[in-house]
Design a protein around this ligand. Structure first.
Ligand SMILES: C[S@@+](CC[C@H](N)C(=O)[O-])C[C@H]1O[C@@H](n2cnc3c(N)ncnc32)[C@H](O)[C@@H]1O
Length: 282
């Protein structure tokens, strides 16, 4: 239920404004904004209204319609980018203990990975660290990680590879010194991912609701804590497209609260939010 009871606001923010914002966000990014997120929407968009020196939400909604550039900034403001290094660490263990040894046995020396909805980059950098610290030496393998997101702000930050000390505190022992350089001077308190990590990752802007100009096939796809924002119809469409981009027996990793529908015939659950593409799905 939408509530009309709100805190004191500088700008009038009606249910009608909120419904229009929900519609734009769904049409453009596939994101379903729950009714209880009205206050969050106000707080995120009011910053844009102030930056643009506008006087009301009516003016802002007219502005979005007439300015294509604002559409992107609106989306950047409305996305939730929470992420962390080695989030759901069992996924990374599975790569080290199962996927890499299987590939090594098969004689393949080429690895293609997609981190879809990579946010600020912790996910693809964790993948790069996991691969480079594998028990099996993959230094002569051809490895590429494609990392995409709809939010251009998080992508710009992710590309720099720069993180505050607080963000890297939870890294496995030894990884900080091995894979990051400590900032000095004006960069004191920050660290930067070493070039060996940055070199294997390509960051690209990609809205999952639009065309995917991706070659594939991928050995595995991370699409974690992204589909949670979409409705089941959108999720089903995305799963179909991801299955088509995966190698036979390739893996899909989703967030722990994002179990795929039981009737999905593209993937078999291996447990712990890891799925394997069915061979008849090719
Ligand atoms: C909560 S973060 C998850 C980050 C990372 N995958 C993780 O699990 O830690 C969700 C990300 O999905 C992105 N996103 C939301 N809708 C999207 C869309 N339509 N296309 C591409 N990315 C989208 C957001 O911008 C955000 O960075």
């Amino acid at each position: 239920m939408q509530s009309n009871v709100t805190q004191q606001h500088q700008f009038n923010f009606t249910n009608e404004h909120f419904n229009t914002i929900k519609k734009i966000l769904y049409a453009h990014a596939g994101i379903v904004l729950a009714d209880h997120k009205k206050e969050m929407a106000y707080n995120r968009l009011v910053k844009r209204i102030r930056e643009l020196d506008l006087r009301s939400f009516d003016q802002y909604l007219t502005y979005i319609k007439n300015d294509n550039n604002e559409f992107g900034l609106f989306t950047n403001a409305m996305t939730t980018n929470l992420t962390a290094f080695f989030r759901e660490s069992h996924h990374f263990d599975f790569i080290g203990k199962t996927i890499i040894p299987q590939l090594a046995l098969s004689g393949k020396r080429r690895l293609r990975i997609w981190s879809a909805g990579c946010s600020l980059g912790e996910e693809p950098y964790s993948l790069a660290m996991q691969l480079l610290s594998s028990n099996i030496d993959i230094s002569n393998w051809d490895v590429r990680i494609l990392a995409t997101d709809i939010d251009s702000d998080v992508l710009s930050q992710a590309r720099t590879g720069i993180y505050s000390q607080g963000k890297v505190e939870t890294l496995p022992k030894g990884y900080l010194n091995k894979y990051f350089l400590k900032g000095s001077g004006s960069q004191t308190g920050s660290v930067r991912a070493r070039s060996e990590l940055r070199e294997i990752i390509t960051f690209k802007h990609l809205n999952l609701m639009q065309e995917w100009p991706l070659k594939g096939p991928f050995d595995f796809i991370f699409c974690r804590n992204v589909m949670i924002y979409f409705d089941t119809k959108t999720q089903a469409k995305l799963l179909e497209k991801m299955a088509a981009l995966l190698k036979t027996d390739g893996h899909l990793f989703v967030g722990h609260s994002e179990a795929l529908a039981r009737h999905d015939n593209h993937f078999t659950s291996l447990g712990k939010s890891i799925y394997q593409k069915n061979s008849q799905s090719d």
